[in-house]
Design a protein around this ligand. Sequence first.
Ligand code: ATP
Ligand code: MG
Length: 383
Amino acid sequence: MRLKRLTLHGFKSFADKTEFSFEDGLTGIIGPNGCGKSNVVDAVKWVLGDQRPTSLRGKEMLDVIFNGAEGRPPMGMSEVLLYLDRPLPDGQGLREVTVGRRLFRSGESEYLLDGRAVRLKDVREALMDTGLGVGAYSVMEQGKIDAVLSANPEERRSIFDEAAGISRYKLRRKEALRKLDKAEQNLARISDLRAEKQSRVRSLKIQATKARNWRETAERLRAQQCAVALVESRALGRRLEALEADLARAESDVAEAGRVRDESRAALLDGEARSRELGQRLRELEELRAKVRGIEERRRHECETGERRRVELEALAARGREALEALAGQTEDTRAAVAELEAGLAELEADKRRLDEELPALEQRAAASRRAHRDAAAEREGL
Ligand code: ATP
Ligand code: MG
């Protein structure tokens, strides 16, 4: 197994995609404190499936994503790819294996094996007994050498086992022993169950005898129940006929009731129409009554005015009568005066007639007087 290449993108301080090539011989990375040397080791541990943030020198797993630096925003994903050359089982050459891991800031993560998304378990199985892995000592970070040297012989043994590639067989042996243990436990359980079942079989036999007796009794009971049912069925048949007759009557009653209901409904509709009509008529009558009241009011008012007028007229009539009586007295006087005047007039007419009779003689006298006067005047002239 050989480490060939390592590419980091967005992992810790490696914001830009960075590739490390591990050529033949030894490769060393040097640089000042804090330049990111240990981050490369962390990347190898992480891509092999390390799950502990503290082992990767962080508080939580998201700390492995580039967190931003001056003039550079944080990134949303961290990706590490590890390229290995793995010897083929028959010793004929090498095969390249790529192991990858991605983590997104949303918390989603995935493992890759030769570019395919796989489970962590698949990555672990692929690397088993290669000496690579999270628990293996193929990655020695700062301070780890000290820890190995101070380990006890048993712990050191496991390191060598892993490096020699026999830990897979040890694991398989452990698993086989565990399975054997489980099989023995199952065997013990089965014999317990067998003993339990035997006692259950005895009790079931007793129950089966009881069940047979019960079945026979039940059959007898059923036969008797059939006989009773036959009798009951006949009685029920008669009862059914009576009920059917009742039903036919009830149905005709229902039909009759339906007809009555229809009639009532029609009558109700009529009544409603009539009621509407009467309501209309009532409203008209009320309007009429209001008009009549108006007229009555006017009449009453006219009566009152007429009454006042009548009283006034009576008073006027009384005054008229008084005036008439006074006039009657005056008429009498006037009539007497008229009679007097008529008498005077008769006298005057008699005087006139006499005067008319005397008029020619008077005119002759007047003409004679005038002639006498003219003569006298002519005489006086002559004189
Ligand atoms: P030393 O020689 O002291 O051991 P080093 O070269 O091993 O130093 P590292 O410990 O690998 O250095 O790197 C530490 C640097 O990585 C620190 O500057 C730290 O800010 C940076 N760093 C660690 N995690 C992140 C991260 N998520 N995002 C950005 N930078 C990170
Ligand atoms: Mg360091």
